[in-house]
Design a protein. Structure first.
Length: 82
């Protein structure tokens, strides 16, 4: 289990094993959600080009619609970031 200390400014350094697992880096954004009393979920919301590169492969040269891109990205993240 990874632990961290809260500074006097309310800041926390996310332990390296958690950053690696979530593929977090400098400048990435994270979302905090209260799941149950005193339980919080931490989810990355930053998307790197390398995370989604090639997810539309196999398609014809036509431009993908915004909806198609959103669906493909959602499926990709659901599969790879459980």
């Amino acid at each position: 289990m990874a632990t961290a200390v809260i500074t006097s400014k309310g800041q926390v350094t996310i332990p390296i094993e958690i950053r690696n697992l979530l593929r977090l880096g400098k400048g990435d954004r994270i979302d905090f959600r209260i799941m149950k009393k005193r339980n919080v979920s931490l989810t990355p919301v930053t998307c790197r080009t390398s995370d989604v590169y090639g997810i539309l492969s196999g398609k014809t040269r036509k431009h993908a619609s915004d909806e198609e891109i959103k669906l493909k990205m959602a499926a990709h993240f659901k599969k790879n970031f459980k």
